[in-house]
Design a protein around this ligand. Structure first.
Ligand code: FES
Length: 158
């Protein structure tokens, strides 16, 4: 990480105004913002570490844990919300044993929510990587991840 981080920082001057672009570049390179990387970015931009963490946590584009092999993105937009999307998030959190923004210990799944995944007619819906699953219930969502080796592909759009 040290090596790739120095490479990223080498293209910046270390001003406070560069904080967000630097964090974006670090996340693009590493997939998330490790604590050590935020520490180094703070030193480089000459700001308190708490400021870096504050800025990063303000924007939900940033993540603080390593991404899993499969990204689960549950829509929490209005169309999905009124169709019980919060119950789907709760069910998945319970089933996977992680909270939104976290990754399972075996690194298989990361769970996040977004404002809209662009399939409102299929509400409530989620994506597993790029595959959309629509018209879900908590039970249907649970079955998607019921066993390892589950078919995570395909479009469940009927
Ligand atoms: S509100 Fe859920 S896909 Fe648009």
């Amino acid at each position: 990480m040290e090596h790739s981080l120095s490479g990223i920082l080498a293209s910046y001057n270390g001003t406070q105004g560069e904080l967000i672009p630097i964090l974006q570049a670090v996340q693009a390179e590493l997939g998330y913002l490790p604590e050590e990387a935020m520490h180094q970015v703070a030193q480089f931009c000459r700001v308190a570490e708490s400021n870096v963490f504050g800025v990063a946590s303000f924007y939900n584009q940033f993540r603080f844990s390593a991404p899993g092999r499969n990204q689960i993105t549950v829509c929490r937009g209005t169309a999905c919300h009124v169709q019980n999307a919060p119950a789907i998030v709760e069910e998945l959190q319970r089933q996977l044993g992680i909270k939104e923004g976290e990754t399972t210990p075996d690194m298989e799944y990361s769970l996040e929510t977004v404002a809209c995944i662009g399939c409102c007619a299929l509400a409530p819906c989620l994506k597993v990587n790029e595959d959309v699953h629509g018209r879900l219930t908590p039970e249907k969502a649970r079955k998607l991840f019921a066993a390892s080796g589950t078919d995570k592909g395909g479009q469940d759009v009927q």
